[in-house]
Ligand binder design. Structure first.
Ligand code: SAH
Length: 247
């Protein structure tokens, strides 16, 4: 009888401590993982990006902030901050962090800029651009990728990224001209619609050529004329049309 009474007295305490224990067990591993990711991200910026010469503070700040692990497939989470590209759905890839940084810096972006991206893919590059610029318009040809990226943009609270599913070869004339255009898939030549949609004084970075000999080309529109120069050998997935044919 006495034993039962004393159990009743401490029962609320047992329930309380069980809840505390369960809460700790459930929440602690994810806290630990997030702080691990934050550390890996700062390490990535120092060892892969800054040491290779990226110095624009706006670009570095964006890389410190954007959580690359939110954009990779779950099986690649432990590799989210490594120095190479990773597979995403539909046989596509999220680019190596340094290449994303190099292309971003080469556009010499200003906070007031309106950007067009061709090849949304995971959405990581678009999120980096959205941290730096006024607005980002991004086009993806595979609906599954475009929809997934658009959901991540909403989850992360980006109100300045506008995405659509379509063929980026044609650009997005309704929102042109763009201060900068970034193309993350490789056509054999520079799409004429993209040249036309570049604003006066605007810049475009685009990988040209077919695997394995592609070059990153930087273009600038001055007084209506396009000047271009090859700046780096690269490897990107091909730009395709809506039937899967390579441009
Ligand atoms: N910027 C992306 C990189 C994705 S790889 C990122 O940060 O993850 C290039 C992407 O271009 C692929 O997702 C591919 O499906 C897409 N793509 C290929 N051809 C395209 C086209 N014509 N229009 C739009 N996207 C295209």
């Amino acid at each position: 009888m006495n034993y039962l009474r004393s159990y009743r007295n401490i029962q609320p305490l047992i329930v309380f401590y069980t809840y505390i224990l369960l809460f700790t067990l459930i929440s602690f591993p994810s806290c630990a993982q997030n702080s691990d990711f934050a550390e890996l991200r700062q390490h990535m910026v120092r060892t892969q990006i800054e040491t290779r010469g990226i110095s624009d503070p706006k670009v570095l700040k964006a890389f410190q902030k954007v959580e690359r692990h939110r954009f990779v497939l779950p099986e690649y989470l432990p590799k989210a901050y490594e120095d190479y590209p990773l597979p995403i759905d539909e046989g596509q890839t999220i680019s190596q962090p340094y290449i994303v940084a190099f292309m971003t810096e080469s556009l010499d972006l200003k906070p007031s800029d309106k950007i067009l991206e061709i090849g949304t893919g995971s959405g990581y590059q678009a999120a980096i651009l959205a941290e730096i610029c006024d607005s980002v318009f991004t086009i993806e040809i595979f609906p599954k990728l475009g929809e997934k990226a658009s959901n991540i943009f909403s989850e992360l609270g980006y109100k300045n990224i506008f995405s659509k599913i379509g063929d980026g070869y044609k650009g997005w004339p309704e929102n042109a001209p763009f201060d900068a255009i970034i193309v993350t898939c490789s056509p054999s030549h520079i799409p004429q619609p993209l040249k036309e949609q570049l604003a006066e004084g605007g810049r475009m970075i685009i990988p040209i050529g077919s695997y394995p000999s592609q070059s990153l080309v930087l273009l600038e529109k001055q007084k209506g004329k396009i000047k271009q120069k090859k700046i780096l050998p690269v490897r990107f997935v091909p730009m395709i049309d809506d039937k899967g044919k390579k441009y």
